[in-house]
Design a binder for this molecule. Structure first.
Ligand SMILES: Cc1cn([C@H]2C[C@H](O)[C@@H](COP(=O)(O)OP(=O)(O)O[C@H]3O[C@H](CO)[C@@H](O)[C@H](O)[C@H]3O)O2)c(=O)[nH]c1=O
Length: 350
């Protein structure tokens, strides 16, 4: 039975990947390693928690000895590394937290994998899930390709760029088998409401201001999270060793237009007058170092593996909004920290 370690499996993207793998591959033993920070909670995986091929491990990738012990104990064959601090604004107020988790944490995992696999690298894989933000910012035109040079602008993207470089360097120096994917903005159920889409949905529900940074003319490429999870599944099984692949939705939106769209859908769903929620929009001071535009050329993954997004933005947003509307308790408990407190206590056995 192949043992697959998924780090950050209680988080937003990680939980979708963990669910997909647990359900689709009964012949794999899936280990979900997560520190259960504010952004990850086991409520996200309630539906698979009792499956026999699923094991939860509460651990922190910043703790090298804990990670080494787990590799010794369980002898993982493959790693899908998603655990990360991921919010740009938090990285501006506390850059070091991002170095500790994203850089040190990744290197701790790389060391543990290298040491555990040193006698036999066959059928091993360190799959690093990264971001398109490592490439920096685009002007009005052009797309990031896999050969675009790295030019990170925020402490967050600098930490992810650094972790990508470490992964690549372990491939060159220690021959560690690896793949890196760099993906655009994800949205969907279970995303912590600090990111644009769930934040705005939450604020519209509660009639709170919708803070649009700067002039709102910043562009992001949005991908439904399950499409990302499927891309990860494909790359995990079919990607070539020591390659990187870009993943994106070919779905560019300026923030202000996305805000208008969310207001329109929410007014309809909440039975409010059309235009009501737009009045909540408030232009505020810009994010420092704000990247103007991200857009992805995903032709490599599409040509090599036949991947393309399957969920249209219209359908994805409907599904996302419906999920948040019927999970208001989830919203309340993640923002108040109740889930974090509950699950940390439950797994505080070490
Ligand atoms: C939270 C927030 C964001 N924004 C703007 C900033 C960005 O231009 C856009 C999206 O912001 P965020 O949701 O924070 O996402 P962004 O900075 O693009 O980064 C995301 O997308 C990246 C992939 O591109 C991921 O690697 C990051 O982990 C993820 O956080 O909306 C606002 O105008 N107001 C807000 O309150």
């Amino acid at each position: 039975m192949e043992k697959v370690l998924i780090t950050g499996g209680a988080g937003f993207i990680g939980s979708h990947v963990a669910r997909l793998f647990v359900n689709k591959y009964p012949n794999y033993q899936i280990f979900n390693l997560d520190a259960l920070t504010y952004a990850g909670n086991l409520e996200n995986l309630k539906d698979v928690e009792n499956q026999s091929n699923y094991t939860f491990l509460k651990a922190d990738i910043r703790d090298a000895s804990e990670i080494n012990e787990l590799f010794k104990k369980y002898q993982f064959d493959k790693v899908i590394h998603l655990a990360a601090e991921s919010h740009v604004d938090r990285s501006i107020s506390d850059p070091l937290a991002f170095v500790k988790t994203n850089v040190f944490g990744t290197v701790n995992l790389l060391n543990a994998a290298r040491d555990s696999w040193k006698s036999d690298l066959e059928d091993k894989l360190f799959y690093h899930v990264s971001t398109d933000e490592v490439y920096g910012s685009l002007g009005e035109t052009g797309l990031f390709t896999e050969t675009t040079s790295y030019s990170p602008n925020s402490p967050y993207s600098a930490s992810k760029a650094s972790s990508d470089h470490f992964v690549r360097s372990y491939g060159e120096t220690f021959d560690l088998p690896y793949i890196i994917t760099n993906c655009s903005n994800n949205y969907g159920p279970n995303q912590f409401p600090e990111k644009l889409i769930p934040l705005f949905i939450n604020n519209i529900i509660n009639k709170k201001a919708l803070p649009v940074y700067g002039d709102g003319k910043y562009t992001r490429d949005w991908l439904y999270v399950e499409d990302h999870a499927e891309a990860i599944d494909l790359v995990f099984h079919k990607g070539r060793n020591k390659e990187n692949y870009n993943i994106g939705g070919l779905n560019e939106w300026q923030n202000i237009d996305l805000a208008y769209l969310l207001c329109e859908i929410m007014d309809r769903k909440l039975g409010r007058q059309s235009g009501d929620s737009r009045q909540l929009i408030s232009f505020i001071k810009d994010r420092p170092g704000h990247d103007k535009r991200y857009a992805i050329d995903a032709s490599k993954i599409s040509e090599e593996m036949g991947w393309k997004p399957s969920v249209s933005f219209e359908k994805g947003l409907e599904k996302t909004i419906d999920w948040y509307l019927s999970n208001e308790v989830w919203f309340k408990n993640v923002t108040s920290g109740k889930y974090m407190e509950y699950y940390s206590k439950q797994y505080n056995h070490k």
